[in-house]
Design a protein around this ligand. Structure first.
Ligand SMILES: Nc1ncnc2c1ncn2[C@@H]1O[C@H](COP(=O)(O)OP(=O)(O)OP(=O)(O)O)[C@@H](O)[C@H]1O
Length: 320
């Protein structure tokens, strides 16, 4: 495997806590593989994060590397991508994903299967894809902030489901779609409500919505494979947006939402889909559930802007 030629100098960032510690085991396998098969160890460096957001710090300083691989879940990919976005586009390393998380939605978008976490073999024939990135400029009680996302930003009940998985994972040990389904049943049960939302797409007039979900997607899925925007193309320079609006009774909302597992929710009269390059949501307070790639954000308002083809990302040769 001539990995060095393809990847150049490579940094592997590991979140040892991802998927309840499974990423730490995968990282040991990766280390063993590298020491057995690499002729020149200096081509690779492996760094473990020690705290949340550490990956952003590490990736933002990775200007000496050609490639940064994120070994962990969507949260690690998110934090790594945010760090890479702090580097100017000329010097920005390529991103690669070794998926060992609970959701792995970005890996899905890249055409990877869920067992590729410790597998480096595909990297020798990986191809490079120019992938879109979403920029979030938000205002909250703590002031202004900027973040990025590579797969999903959402607000409302779907964000509450993602946020709810943190505690549920700790208390039950569940992962993957079972974890997201259990969180979804909680949120659509005791947590069911509608959220007032003002939103502006590009330069259009403001919409006043009574919304239960709004997803602004780069790739098709969130929540471990829910095909919320099944036709989203991560390289077309546009967000795919799906929102549910109106006085939707819970008895109807849950089955409609569950149909999103296969992308069949779009036929509901409450569900709306569209594309845009920018979206400006205004929330009714900081309790409004918001997530970017599964990570919680606290904000009263946000401006979400497309950054087309901002990241070069490695994908298996067979993916679309
Ligand atoms: N060393 C660390 N100690 C504690 N938390 C960490 C550490 N490194 C990263 N984190 C946090 O772990 C959280 C989850 O990470 P990650 O997404 O990689 O795994 P996951 O939650 O199992 O997978 P997924 O997001 O696909 O469901 C992130 O919020 C990240 O900030």
């Amino acid at each position: 495997m001539n990995t060095r030629t393809n990847l150049g100098k490579t940094l592997i960032i590991v979140n040892p806590t991802a998927q309840s510690g499974a990423a730490a085991t995968a990282a040991q396998q990766v280390q063993r593989f590298l020491s057995m098969y690499m002729h020149d160890d200096s081509a690779f460096e492996v760094v473990h994060t020690t705290h949340p957001r550490h990956a952003t710090q590490i990736a933002s300083q990775a200007t000496d590397y050609n490639t940064v691989l994120a070994l962990g879940g969507d949260g690690l990919v998110h934090e790594t991508a945010c760090g890479l976005m702090a580097i100017g586009s000329e010097a920005r390393p390529c991103l690669g994903v070794l998926p060992v998380g609970s959701g792995n939605d970005y890996a899905r978008t890249l055409g990877m299967d869920q067992t590729m976490g410790a597998d480096l073999s595909w990297l020798s024939h990986a191809r490079k894809r120019a992938m879109d990135v979403g920029r979030i400029d938000y205002v909250g009680e703590a002031g202004r902030g900027t973040d990025y996302f590579v797969q999903t930003f959402s607000c409302g009940l779907d964000a509450a489901i993602a946020i709810g998985t943190y505690e549920l994972r700790k208390s039950t040990g569940l992962s993957g779609d079972t974890l997201y389904l259990a969180s979804g049943l909680n949120v659509f049960g005791i947590g069911y409500r509608r959220f007032p939302l003002r939103v502006k797409f590009e330069d259009e007039a403001w919409h006043e919505l009574e919304s239960i979900i709004m997803a602004i997607q780069i790739g098709p899925t969130y929540g471990s494979g829910f095909r919320i925007c099944p036709d989203a193309d991560p390289s077309d320079g546009l967000f795919d947006i799906c929102y549910a609006h109106g006085k939707i009774p819970r008895a109807i909302a849950l089955p409609v939402f569950l149909r999103a597992k296969n992308g069949h929710h779009l036929s509901s009269r409450y569900v709306h889909g569209r594309r845009a390059q920018s979206v400006r949501p205004l929330f009714d307070g900081e309790d409004y559930p918001l997530q970017a790639d599964g990570e919680q954000i606290r904000a009263r308002s946000a401006t979400i802007t497309m950054v087309p083809s901002a990241l070069t990302v490695l994908a298996p040769a067979m993916s679309r």
